[in-house]
Design a protein around this ligand. Structure first.
Ligand code: CDP
Ligand code: MG
Length: 707
């Protein structure tokens, strides 16, 4: 808290600070009051009191995510130390919104207002309003099946229909039902208690008494969505009431191209500069599909700015995507320096999850990176596909938040007409092993009979059950195995990665596997700018292992760790050390942001495996041992070289090529195991290691042994 003004005399520096602080608080209050949701605060609170489940629909930016939890807190829903939980499909949204709300409440982040996401918990016992990812709440249910800490759970951005949201909705429906029953029983018993009339249950021989959960009130559920079609949610929750919050939207001019664009990145770049040079003031938001694309466009924009005459070169670029470290995510919300135009390069995170002020121009190439799953082959891949009409509308809407705007769709209108109305829920297009493992751990045995809002195909469920069986997570009668299945469910990773850690413990190379799993959990460690291709390749050679990409990743991680260690030894301050690491990364063409993220993930998983009692040992120079361990872990992703030089994936029979970014590109090796499948016009595998084909039958007999 800043000092308060002193009385009389010349205004001191602390007076200035205090005045500034008061003005700033007033501004925040004024902003809050002017949000569309503010006019319906009372009504919303009343509806929550009256209904166990409520659906709230409202335009992006109307104030749902930041305001409703505060209204409910004031209305007394946090009594008895209960928490209001708000789930988000994306980490960035959970973090940025929690920071904003803490600021609005004038409290330190992590106290009354906090967030909790995988690998980063910013909550304390004092936290009453808790933002988190939907996946994290599913995990919490493993430890606390009734989610007893929460009085209200708000499932935000439900229209996104991520796989975690869908699982969570099914789970919450069960929890709500169980809590209602418990609270009814407790009420009955409470009544009996009052009458001092304990009833002995003769047959059981025990006294029914209010259990520890006596304070377990029914759970309130609020489903929030930016799409106007709330019917599906209402139907799923037995005809739950829906409330609409009126948004504020200015007209947005939609412009299409005449022809399809052959290179959408190039088209985006041209559009950015066309707007900058020909249109009036206002920030630009461009939608790209992922970190790599964002970073390459960012570099190109920065290069071109330098070629512009000085009067025109006031442009700053700001990236925002899910895995961006949280301090850097916040940059998107800061206004650009005076006189500068801000160009935000975002993934579809900026469609509805985060509202960035100041946007007047939207550039929409009409594409999105999505998971795609083939239940026949059991393979999941990432593909770039056209958005849905609903997504295109959300994107253009971002230009009209504060005044009339323009949206440049980088495709012809005829393409828009062809788009599907809304996106297929993720649960219908992803590998379900993780979902099935989580549900099994939550005690749901009949996965096919689980009350999903939209059922995934039976085939996809069966395939996942098979995979989990092969990984040893399930017993022959499809129950969670102990300890392997139980341990796997506890780790916040894809089941195959969790299993890899357990296997590595046996192979005494957990140190290496921890690094690999952390490095594989981030998007791209290396970067290869087009104009410095040769230099980047030469830099990578310093880390390359002829055995494959996994060991190459271990080499990079260790070299970075050495750089940090040196800094520590020379007593470098944290900030200087980060700068040194950043410089080291630039010199070695390593993506600093990704590396930092990988290091965070590493320290978190390390904590988990230590808790599980695993031994973090290194195999040292024994690379063969590590390659065998990789084979035993990722045997489901093996591919054999064909006479024509392509590879055949063993599990699916699919023809695949080695991705040009792999250190094994253009080498001839009989058998590989891989971690990633990418589909463009070809099917590529990435992150691979050379293995001996004979090891497959030896190390994964459950899959490869004949007979
Ligand atoms: O959830 P909904 O889209 O309805 O709105 P919100 O996220 O609650 O945002 C309400 C307002 O708060 C927006 O106008 C944002 O500009 C502002 N906000 C902000 O300034 N900084 C954030 N980190 C989040 C929201
Ligand atoms: Mg929101």
């Amino acid at each position: 808290m800043p000092a308060m003004p002193n009385s009389g005399g010349k205004p001191s520096q602390s007076d200035h600070r205090a005045n500034h602080f008061i003005a700033w608080r007033q501004l925040i209050l004024q902003q809050r009051k002017s949000l569309p949701i503010a006019s319906v605060e009372k009504r919303l609170v009343e509806e929550v009191k009256k209904n166990d489940t409520l659906i709230v629909v409202g335009e992006t930016g109307s104030g749902k995510t930041t305001q409703l939890p505060q209204y409910l807190n004031i209305a007394g829903f946090c009594q008895d130390n209960k928490i209001i939980g708000i789930t988000q499909p994306r980490r960035v949204a959970a973090v940025t919104v929690a920071k904003r709300v803490a600021e609005e409440c004038n409290v330190e982040l992590g106290q009354k207002v906090g967030y909790s996401i995988r690998f980063d918990d910013m909550t304390t016992a004092a936290t009453r309003i808790k933002y988190m990812t939907d996946g994290l709440l599913v995990r919490e249910a493993l430890l606390d099946p009734h989610l007893s800490k929460y009085s209200i759970i708000i499932v935000d951005e439900a229209h996104e229909r991520t796989v975690h949201t869908d699982v969570l909705l099914g789970l919450l429906k069960n929890v709500q039902c169980a809590r209602s029953k418990i609270s009814e029983i407790n009420r009955q018993i409470g009544k009996t208690n009052d009458e001092k009339n304990f009833k002995q249950d003769q047959s059981q021989g025990f006294v029914l008494k209010p259990c520890q959960t006596s304070k377990l009130a029914p759970l309130k559920l609020i489903i929030m969505s930016a799409s106007l079609d709330a019917r599906c949610f209402s139907e799923y929750f037995g005809g739950a009431k829906a409330v609409h919050v009126q948004g504020r939207q200015y007209p947005v001019d939609i412009l299409y191209t005449y022809q399809p664009e052959p290179d959408y990145l190039d088209a985006t770049l041209i559009a950015i500069f066309q707007i900058h040079l020909e249109e009036g003031p206002g920030d630009i938001l461009a939608f790209l599909t992922g970190q790599e694309e964002i970073e390459s466009v960012e570099r190109l924009v920065q290069e071109r700015i330098q070629q512009l005459p000085q009067e025109n070169n006031k442009v700053t670029t700001i990236p925002i995507y899910s895995s961006l470290p949280s301090d850097q995510q916040m940059n998107a919300f800061k206004p650009a320096p005076s006189g500068f135009r801000k160009v935000i390069l975002a993934t579809n995170i900026a469609e509805t999850s985060v509202t960035i002020p100041g946007i007047k121009y939207v550039i929409d190439p009409g594409l999105v990176k999505a998971r795609s799953y083939n239940p026949v082959t059991g393979m999941e891949s990432l593909i770039i596909i056209p958005t849905s009409k609903a997504q295109a509308l959300q994107r253009s809407g971002r230009a009209g938040r504060e005044g009339p705007g323009k949206c440049f769709r980088l495709y012809p209108e005829s393409e828009f007409v062809k788009m599907v109305d809304s996106t297929v829920p993720e649960i219908k297009r992803c590998n379900l092993s993780n979902v099935v493992l989580q549900l099994k751990a939550l005690g749901v045995d009949d996965i096919i009979g689980f009350d999903f809002m939209e059922k995934p195909s039976r085939m996809a469920i069966v395939k996942s059950l098979e995979q989990l069986l092969l990984l040893g997570a399930l017993t022959d009668d499809y129950k969670l195995s102990n300890p392997v299945g139980v341990q796997m469910a506890r780790l916040p990773l894809d089941p195959m990665y969790s299993k890899a850690l357990i296997v590595a413990n046996e192979f005494k190379c957990l140190e290496e596997m921890l690094i690999v799993v952390s490095m594989l959990s981030v998007e791209s460690i290396f970067y290869c700018p087009r104009e410095k291709l040769e230099e980047a390749r030469a830099a990578r050679k310093n880390f390359s292992s002829s055995e494959g990409d996994h060991i190459t990743l271990v080499n990079v991680y260790r070299a970075a760790a050495d750089c940090i260690e040196k800094g520590k030894n020379s007593n470098m301050k944290e900030k200087t050390m980060e700068k040194t690491l950043n410089k080291w990364c630039r010199e070695n063409f390593i993506n600093y942001r990704s590396l930092r993220h990988a290091r965070d993930i590493h320290s978190q998983i390390q904590g988990h495996v230590q808790q599980m009692g695993l031994n973090i040992l290194s195999c040292g120079e024994d690379i063969l041992q590590f390659r065998r361990c990789l084979t035993a872990s990722f045997f489901l992703n093996a591919a054999i070289r064909q006479p024509d030089g392509s590879y055949r994936a063993m599990a699916s029979g699919q023809n695949v090529q080695i991705h040009p970014s792999s250190v094994l590109f253009r080498t001839k090796t009989d058998c590989i195991i891989f971690n990633e499948l990418i589909r463009t016009n070809q099917t590529y595998v990435r992150n691979l290691t050379r293995v001996d084909p004979l090891w497959l039958a030896e190390l994964a007999p459950q899959y490869y042994a004949e007979g």
